[in-house]
Every structure is written in C-alpha cells, then in structure tokens.
Ligand binder design. Structure first.
Ligand SMILES: *Cc1c(COP(=O)(O)O)cnc(C)c1O
Length: 366
C-alpha cells in the first residue's frame, strides 16, 4: 500500500489491560485504578439526571455546533461563543490544531516528558517534534524552548499543570515566555488539570486568551468533571484562531450524550469545587506521606503525583498491582524510577503510602 511516510514515525496507542482483566488474572476482589488521572470521586449526579431526561433521539445526529454547551461554557468563561471549539476529548482538539498548522518542513516545540499526544500528532502530520527536556524539578525549560523556535516553528506546547510532573507555569513565567514568541506561532496551553490548581500564581483560561492573540487554551471534561468516558474537550482562543481551525473539525465530532453530560456537569460547579478541595487536601497528605518515607515527590498542582521510588518503576508497579492498586509506571513516561499516582480517595491514599513503605522495606532488606 501507499501509506504516507509519516506513518513510519508513529506507533498505535497500546492500551493497558482493563481493571476487570487484571482482577481476574490476579484473583483480586478489589482493584483501584489510580493510573489515568480520572476523578476518583466520580462525577456530578446532575449528569445521570440529565441523561435520563434527555429528549434527543439516537436516530438524530448530534448538534454539530454544540449550541447549548457552547452558550453555557462561553458564559462561564466570559468569552464569546465563537471563541470555542469542541472536540471528542481535548485529544481531538490537539489533532485539529496540528492538522491546521503542521506539515512537512514545519516544526513544533514541546516540553518532554509531557503529554504524549503533542509529539504523536506532530509526527503524524509529517512535522518535526522538538522536544526540550524538563528541568530537574519538573518545570518547563523556558529558555531552551525559546531557543528552539525558528521560522519553521508553527506550534509551541505548554502543559500546565504538566503531565506527568504536575507543575504549573506561573502567570509571570508565561508572560516572560510570550514576550519572546513571535505572534505567528500558536502557543497551545494545555490546561487539562485547570480545575485542580490551587496556586494563585496560575493563569486562568480567560485572562490567558484575552491577553494573547496567539494562545489557544485546552480544557477537558475528562479529569475534574469525571467524564472521561464521554469524550468532551474544548479549545479557547481568539475568534480568528478558532475560525481558522474550524474547517478541520468533523461535522458531528461531539456525540449527543457527551454534550448533555458536559452541559449538566458544567452547571454543577459545586461538584467540581468540592473535588478541587478534597483533591488539594489529599494531594498534600499523600505527598507528605511519601516524603516521610524519604522519597522525592515533584511539586504538583494537579490530581496526581510523580514520585521517585528509586527503583525500576515496573517492579514497583507490579508490587502495587498485586496489592490492588494500578498506578502508572514511569518507564513509559520518561521517568524510569518514578511512579505517577492519581490522588485517590482518602483510604486509598493511606493504603498506597503503606504499600510503598512495605515495598521499600522489602527491597532494602533483600
Ligand atoms: C488527559 C489529558 C488530556 C486528554 O484529555 P481528553 O479530553 O480526555 O482527550 C489532554 N492533556 C493532558 C495533559 C492530559 O493529561
């Protein structure tokens, strides 16, 4: 076949085993997934009600304009409805942005390790991914990123909070960076964990987009809203930026139930606010618990922690798995001695700390 050349640069996504599969294999009654930063507190009860009462028919195509959802999100953010583009998860917005801006001869500057889909989609478009290693504390190497920008650069990625380290880029840091980025380079600021941030030096989506004509912020319903299964995310930018990307979007990319669920959830801010508070409390407790074991934990404003366990991450992963917890092994994230652990419910965080303590004891005595 005459596959495009870019296909040689990318691999198909390797899904992990499902919790049900693992439970059967390991003979466990309870297996808690703290691997994908899904919301351990579930989702707003308003979502179930909205879906039960939904009058939309499965026979009818979804609203391609996501009219109602667009109205409510834009009102909440204080931007115009034309400043939004919705996607089948923010993953799809990443795909749309790269389709619109990357091609052979173009390049894109990104932090590494960071969210895998930036590089994947740039490569798929035949562009060059310029990965700039994070600083030892997990922060973006802003100088390194600026130095990597040239005339062929069309997208710069900022992940704040960064997955998998969890750090944010402060308003001041971002402002300094933006000063040196040409206005014809789109800066995508991925704010998938926006709702969890408690640091006051963070830049919210609205002021970011109001301030910079060449910024597109990414938001999602998959994390704090707890709706990963519905696949709804969106981009926020100036109207002309959104208009330019719009032709790339498939006409019915966000499904009917996804729109209903996201709409119900965004109206129930109490749920997300409660999750932010509980997460902040538990994030601090989990961090302190791990630090008390003598481990380095990266500063995080998200709903996960990257912790250096000082051993092969697959080994530590397997140990926790046998004890009923699925976390993310750092080997696949570019941190071979680390685990990325989603902050869970209180009891699970306590258990994780205890299991890691036992693991450390075992490896020290053997
Ligand atoms: C989870 C995640 C996303 C993707 O979210 P979807 O909206 O579910 O596609 C994007 N960026 C980062 C950094 C993430 O961690």
């Amino acid at each position: 076949m005459k596959w495009i050349q870019a296909l040689q640069q990318v691999k198909a996504y390797q899904p992990g085993k499902t919790p049900e599969e693992l439970k059967r294999e390991l003979g466990l009654d309870r297996l808690v997934k703290l691997a994908s930063n899904e919301n351990p507190f579930g989702y707003s009860s308003a979502v179930d009600r909205a879906i039960q009462e939904a009058s939309s028919s499965p026979t009818i195509y979804p609203d391609g304009a996501a009219y109602e959802l667009r109205q409510v999100v834009s009102a909440q953010l204080g931007v115009s409805p034309q400043q939004l583009i919705f996607g089948n998860g923010s993953d799809e917005v990443i795909r749309m942005v790269t389709s619109a801006l990357i091609g052979p001869g173009r390049n894109s500057v990104m932090p590494a390790p960071s969210f895998s889909q930036y590089k994947h989609n740039v490569a798929l478009q035949g562009g060059e991914a310029r990965e700039i290693p994070l600083l030892p504390n997990g922060k973006h190497d802003r100088k390194g990123m600026l130095n990597a920008i040239d005339d062929e650069t069309s997208i710069v990625w900022i992940c704040s909070p960064n997955n998998p380290t969890g750090d944010i880029m402060t308003e001041q840091e971002l402002a300094e960076m933006m000063e040196h980025i040409p206005e014809d380079v789109l800066v995508v600021v991925d704010q998938a964990y926006h709702e969890y941030v408690t640091d006051e030096d963070y830049t919210d989506t609205t002021s970011l987009v109001a301030r910079y004509p060449n910024v597109l912020a990414l938001r999602t319903f998959s994390k704090a809203h707890g709706l990963a299964g519905f696949r709804v995310g969106y981009g926020v930018a100036r109207e002309d930026v959104i208009q330019a990307i719009e032709p790339v979007r498939e006409p019915f990319n966000v499904n009917s139930l996804g729109q209903i669920a996201a709409l119900a959830s965004i109206k129930d801010l109490e749920f997300v606010n409660a999750c932010r508070e509980e997460n902040a409390k538990e994030r601090k407790r989990l961090k302190e618990g791990l630090e008390a074991l003598g481990l380095y934990v990266y500063p995080s404003e998200a709903n996960f922690l990257l912790v250096d366990v000082g051993m092969d991450s697959d080994e530590a992963f397997q140990y926790l798995l046998r004890n009923g917890y699925i976390v993310r092994a750092g080997n696949v994230l570019g941190y071979p001695t680390c685990l990325r652990i989603t902050v869970g419910q209180a009891e699970d965080n306590t258990n994780i700390i205890q299991h890691i303590a036992s693991l450390l004891k075992e490896t020290q005595t053997s």
